[in-house]
Design a protein around this ligand. Structure first.
Ligand code: C5P
Length: 405
């Protein structure tokens, strides 16, 4: 089974009362193996079969049971839970739950969440074979199918009660596969993307530093676009004023050396590395522990600088290396400098932008770029950093597909 198919996906797992409830524990793990973030809601009856604590420990989130539980409602209320999820998956779904769901009841937390949901709902029924083939259950199932609820199973076989027939919970692996197939595959599904963003700060003394102009906006926009394309995204960010990107993991760094170390710790299983950070080329040789003072005898000051590691060139030089995308912010000879950088740093793609024009670039929301790769280039008109990010992600996925052929 390929992993990471459910990265960035939020699944609310509803567990109802039945002997198969214990299999929900394994289901949490298998969904997490695919990258999903799973939260669990149990009916009261389910708690007779498996403890809420088990589900809490496995999911890493509080288990929600009652409508009016002040503690869990304050963490995330029932409407928020419904809004939070990309999919509500009820496994196992008992005959009683199916009947209540079908009747539009809102008499416990799980049915209320289903009523409030505007997202996909899937159920994996599990019950005695006679209960499953009962005409009322079959009518309920047919009605749910008409309302676009996805029915997974049930399977046939020996049942806990000793009878044989249809009604067993579908195999956990098959539930996971059916869940994956609900989500259309996106351009970077299954890929890990590491992005550096923002400036670095090279400290001179406790109050002063050397840095670059960089808002981090383009790097964060790229992280958002990669998340939307289904990637597992890590943002390694220098100091910025931006909110962390939802569904990406952010590692905050300050200096180029910090950023280098964070990148190297994430690079082993990385598929695409995008260096957007404006890394300071030099850092002070000495960092004073005390604030440097003005002196009476001189009105000049010399700070000796030493080169920082070139992060993207180090990544591109690794024997097992990801697809590498760099940025070239230039004030003159844009394309010539960009192409030289592409070759010197051994990159797969470089995004060139002219920073001499102050209406675009650094702190602006817009930018104008040219994409440059080994055997081609593409000039894009002025557009928002968000749209630029989507264009870059498209281009990267096309180049990755071309490499596979
Ligand atoms: O600063 P320069 O123009 O060389 O930056 C080109 C590319 O290299 C950018 O993608 C930048 O993030 C990356 N870079 C880096 N480490 C450095 C300098 C630049 O990763 N020390």
């Amino acid at each position: 089974m390929t992993i990471n198919n459910l990265v960035n996906k939020r699944i609310l797992l509803g567990v109802t009362g039945g002997i198969a409830a214990y299999k929900a524990a394994d289901l949490v793990r298998r969904l997490q193996d695919q990258g999903a973030d799973v939260r669990v809601v149990m009916t009261r009856a389910a708690t007779e079969f498996i403890t809420p604590l088990t589900m809490q420990a496995l999911s890493g989130h509080p288990t929600h049971i009652d409508m009016l539980d002040a503690e869990t409602e304050s963490v995330m209320g029932h409407i928020e839970l419904a809004r939070w999820s990309d999919l509500i998956l009820i496994a196992p779904a008992s005959a009683d739950f199916i009947a209540r769901f079908c009747g539009g009841h809102g008499d416990d937390l799980l049915t209320t969440i289903c009523l409030a949901a505007e997202t996909n709902i899937a159920i994996a029924p599990a019950m005695n074979q006679a209960m499953w083939s009962n005409p009322q259950t079959q009518m309920n199932i047919a009605q749910l199918e008409r309302s676009e609820v996805l029915i997974m199973g049930p399977a046939e076989g020996i049942q806990a009660c000793g009878e044989t027939g249809q009604g067993r919970l579908l195999d956990v692996d098959q539930i996971v596969q059916r869940t994956i197939s609900i989500f259309p595959s996106e351009k970077l599904t299954g890929k890990k993307v590491v992005i550096t963003a923002g400036p670095t700060r090279e400290s001179i003394d406790p109050v002063r530093f050397i840095s670059n102009h960089s808002s981090g906006k383009q790097g964060y926009a790229l992280a958002e676009a990669a998340v939307e394309a289904g990637a597992d995204v890590v943002v390694i960010s220098g100091p910025t004023n931006l909110d962390p990107v939802d569904r990406a993991r952010t590692i905050n760094t300050v200096s180029a050396d910090d950023m280098y170390a964070a990148v190297m710790s994430e690079i082993a299983d990385c598929d695409v590395f995008i260096g957007v950070a404006a890394v300071a080329d030099f850092k002070p040789v000495m960092q004073s522990e005390q604030k440097l003072k003005k002196t009476q005898d001189s009105n000049t000051m010399t700070i000796e600088l030493i080169e920082n590691p070139d992060i993207i060139a180090s990544v591109a030089a690794l024997s097992k290396r990801p697809f590498c995308v760099g940025f070239a912010a230039e004030t003159e000879h844009l394309l010539g400098h960009a192409r030289l950088k592409l070759q010197r740093k051994k990159l797969d793609l470089i995004v060139a932008n002219n920073v001499a024009d102050s209406s675009i670039g650094f702190n602006s929301d817009n930018n104008r770029i040219t994409l440059v790769w080994n055997d081609g280039e593409s000039d894009l008109p002025v557009m928002s950093k968000r749209n630029i990010a989507a264009k870059i992600v498209n281009h990267v996925s096309k180049q990755l597909d071309a490499q596979k052929v």
